[in-house]
Structure formats: C-alpha cells, structure tokens
Write a protein that binds this ligand. Structure first.
Ligand code: ADP
Length: 507
C-alpha cells in the first residue's frame, strides 16, 4: 500500500493545532471574524478537510489597520533599532524551534515534500528574518553638500532621514506560504513599519502558527496582524485601504494589475512579484548531468508552482536529444506522493482547480502539435497529483510556450549555431522577465548571455539562485521593484530631507 497522509504520523502539537477553528490575529489577540464565514482547509494530498479558518471581512481589515496604526505611532515607534534586531532574532529562533510543527503544517496545507518544507523554514524563512534583523541598525540617511538660496558654502546643513512608510499590507500566495510570509515580514519589521498580512485563503496554517511565535517573541501587540480571507474581500480591502501606505504582493500578474488599480485611491506604494516563464539556455559544452538535474529542479520544484520556474528549456541542437532523453528519464522516475512520505519527490498540486487548469494546458500542447515526451497524466488516486510533463516543439508558437502554467509542465526547444543575440531574442520572447539560467563551461558565453537575458535574475550553471542578500524581482510583466537584499528595504522607507540655514540668504 502506498503511503497516504492519514497513514503518516504527525505530531500531537500539529494535530491539536489542526483541530482548532482559527480566528484572526489582530492587536495581539485572537479575535472572531465579523463575517461569521469559515473556510475548510484541504490537504491536497488526500482531499480531506484538515482544519478550518474564519474569514476576514472588510470591517476586520479596518480593525487590523487601526491596530497597526496605533502600534506604529505608539509602542513600536519608541523601540530602538537594537531592540528590533533582538525581537527579530528571537522570532527567527522560535521559528527554528518549532520546525516540526511548522513543516508538518506546511506540507499538509500546501502539499510540498517534507524536505523542501524544512528547507523553506530553517534554510530560508528564519534566515531571511535574521538577515534583515542585521539591517535594523544600518538604515540611515545622508548629509548633502548644498547652498540653498545662494547661501555661502558651509552656511547650511541638509540631511536626510529614512523613515518607515507606516502601515504595510502584505498579500501572500499559496505556493510557498511560510517563505513568502518571512520575506514580507522581515523588511517591514527591520524598517519599523507595522503590518496587516493576508495569507492565501487556502494556505493560512503556517502564518497562523507564526503569529503565536510573533506574540511569544515579544513583538508588541498590533505590529503584526493577520487577516486570513478571500482575495476579492480581504485582499481588495487591503489594496484599497486609505491608511495602508504600501502593499507588497506576490502572486499572479492578473491579480497584481487589480492591486495597482485598487492602490490608486491613496497612491500607496506597490511592489509586485508576479508571474514568470523563465528560460533555461543550454550550450553544447555544458555539463550534461548538471543540466539534467538543474532542468528538473528548475521546472518541477514545488510541482512547478513556482514563479521562478524554468519552464522554457532551450538546448543546442548537438545535445538536444541527449538532454531531453535524460530529463525525461529522471522525470518519469520521480516519486510522486504525499509530502509527509519522506520518499516523495513531487507532491500534489494545490487544488482540483489548479490541476484542471494545468491539465488543460497539457491538452492544448497536444492539440497544437507539440510532442509529448513524458508525463501528461493526472494520477488515478486521491489527491491532486499529476506526472511531471515534458513537451518539445520546434517553435514557441504554442500556448504552452507562451503562458505561465504554474504546474509541472516543461517546454523544450532546440537552437542552432546562431549568435548569442539571436539565441537571447528567442529566450526573451515572453511577456515575463523574472528569472533565467545559462549553462556553459565558457565563462565569456555565460556572462554575455546572462547580460542579454531580460529578467531580474539570471544564474549561470544553476537556476534561480536564492539568498536573502540577492535582489529578487521581475522585469516586464513579472513585476515592480525588488525584494531581498538592501534594495528590498527601499519600498518600506521614505526619505525626509531637512535643511537648516546658519545665515540668511543674500536675496
Ligand atoms: P490564484 O489564487 O488565483 O493563483 P494569486 O496567486 O494571484 O491568485 O493569489 C495571490 C494572493 O492574492 C492570494 O492571497 C489571494 O487571495 C490574493 N488575491 C486574489 N484576488 C485578489 C484581489 N482582487 N485583490 C487582492 N488580493 C487578491
């Protein structure tokens, strides 16, 4: 019998957490939603309901904003940068200490394999918070040499201060819930902002658990508020709220566009990390074994439900057949199963709807004449599983090469002995520009090609290198702005320039 989530052990703490009907976290308290509405949380590996949440209404978002504003003007504004660092480090430690429960919740909620859940928590979320904890004490303005209104040199002083923008809204997707939470939370706390966070309604569990840890860490009430709810209700309320000064969004391009429209009312700052259709460009001298595993990871990490996914594989014609054969060989041997089973390499897709959507792309690929090399089927068992799928075609004139699928579907195309500009033009034939990779042993080719690829991030001989210090974000329809690194602090800060004249101007 293959393992199912029911047959796999989870801790007593996780069971107890799941048994609750989860409330909203506002002003440091667990409060009932005014909507009275609840939503069952589904384990995508079993299709069983595993927990239940209350859903935030527009009124609940208002309450959360009021709490965040009070904290911003009150206790949080008095806490100095060293204390902020300590609080953030405490939170990061608590996340690590609770890794078992957090990882089990993430796997049950999202479906990803346990090993990846553990990585996204201790190798990513907590380290992300630690990285930004270090920035709290290093945010400062400048002194600027000026002579306003013609005063003599040295007769004035202009300095800038970097101030937190205020209450920040964070709208989070379902594909990597705790990692996405950490990457919104960390720069907001580091800069001294307060927050109203909306997790994706279908994957709120780790965010709910992290709120307990926020409280335990001693972060003052009202600094971090969590309002699980529907995108069109709670998400729209955040995007349009007049007292929210900035929204940080990760999700689909279509929803990103709605957020921009909603943000017009008070001209809040918006940062968007949106869709992708990233190229993986393989030259004939590349290490084929590394390319094979790199292409597999690029395309199928998180079941392909990953904005950075390398879903367009361009391989030089001399090694195309071999690479395709290798990738298909590994893909068709991948162990598909519930994330709680340690042997699973590929979990279920997030929902029945998502799998139907992805399967409709598989059908479109077949209908448009792309060649199906492996996969293409959903599994005949409980859970939203499907096979990793590889198509090839001579041109990108098919829908599966153009549109973001957000599932385990890889499109591969050969290229000939063209110049790098021509190859890059093919790789750039997308409305998106988030990530990309180049595979070659020739450093000059690798770096030249990397410079020609129109995306926010390019890796050479790996795909989508991620570290809290590496700026991340997209060009074209993949978004606005950059997260991570020093640049990731910018959207949470505003500059105030102050000038004093030591003597009166001559006119
Ligand atoms: P989908 O769930 O269809 O893949 P996204 O991935 O873009 O959509 O969703 C990412 C986040 O955006 C989720 O938290 C979702 O609830 C939220 N969201 C969806 N629609 C809206 C909206 N109109 N305004 C604000 N947030 C939204």
């Amino acid at each position: 019998m293959s393992a199912t989530a029911e047959t796999l052990a989870i801790s007593t703490e996780t069971r107890e957490f799941l048994s609750r009907t989860h409330k909203l976290f506002i002003n440091g308290q667990w409060v009932d939603a005014t909507s009275g509405e609840t939503l069952g949380i589904i384990d995508p590996a079993t299709e069983a309901q595993i927990s239940e949440i209350q859903l935030a209404s527009t009124d609940d978002v208002d309450k959360a904003v009021i709490a965040a504003q009070a904290a911003f003007k009150g206790e949080w504004s008095k806490i100095n940068s060293h204390q902020r660092t300590k609080l953030m480090l405490k939170l990061a430690d608590l996340i690590d200490e609770n890794i078992q429960t957090l990882a089990e919740l993430e796997v049950l909620d999202n479906g990803l394999p346990m090993m990846l859940a553990e990585y996204t928590i201790s190798g990513y979320a907590s380290d992300f918070i630690r990285y930004y904890a270090g920035w709290c004490t290093k945010i400062h303005g400048d002194t600027i040499p000026v002579s306003p209104a013609g005063v003599a040199n040295g007769e004035s002083l202009t300095y800038t201060r970097r101030e937190p923008v205020g209450v920040v809204g964070a709208i989070i997707p379902w594909n990597a819930p705790i990692a996405m939470l950490a990457l919104k939370l960390a720069p907001a706390l580091a800069t001294g902002c307060t927050m109203v966070i909306k997790p994706a309604e279908i994957t709120p569990l780790t965010a709910l658990k992290v709120m307990e840890l926020v409280k335990e860490a001693g972060i003052p009430d009202g600094v971090v508020n969590l309002v699980p709810g529907y995108g069109e209700v709670a998400g729209a309320a955040i995007s349009s709220h007049p007292d929210i000064k900035k929204v940080s969004f990760t999700g689909s391009t279509a929803v990103g566009q709605k957020i921009v429209e909603a943000a017009l009312g008070n001209l809040k700052k918006v940062s968007l990390e949106l869709g992708g259709k990233s190229p993986v460009v393989v030259f004939p001298d590349a290490d084929i074994e590394a390319v094979t595993m790199g292409a597999i990871r690029a395309a199928f990490f998180l079941q392909g439900q990953n904005c950075m996914a390398g879903t367009r594989l361009f391989v030089h014609q001399d090694i195309f057949d071999q690479v395709i054969q290798n990738v298909a060989g590994v893909a068709s041997q991948m162990k598909i199963g519930p994330g709680l089973d340690p042997s699973s390499q590929l979990g279920p897709l997030i929902s029945a709807d998502q799998r139907s959507r992805v399967m409709s792309y598989v059908q479109a690929g077949k209908d448009e004449g792309a060649e199906l090399i492996c996969g293409g089927n959903q599994l005949d068992r409980k859970g939203f599983f499907m096979e990793p799928t590889l198509f090839t075609h001579a041109h990108q004139d098919v829908k599966i090469a153009r549109e973001e699928i957000f599932g385990p579907v890889l499109f591969a195309q050969p290229f000939g002995d063209s110049d790098l500009e021509t190859i890059a033009a093919e790789a750039n034939k997308s409305i998106y520009g988030l990530s990309g990779s180049v595979w070659t042993k020739d450093i000059a080719v690798g770096l030249k090609m990397a410079s020609l690829i129109d995306s926010g991030q390019v890796s050479v001989n790996c795909h989508a290198a991620v570290d809290p210090a590496i700026p991340f974000g997209g060009n074209k329809m993949s978004g606005w702005g950059r997260e991570f690194g020093q640049e990731g602090l910018e959207p949470y800060l505003k500059t105030k320039a102050t000038t004093v004249l030591f003597s009166q101007p001559p006119f």
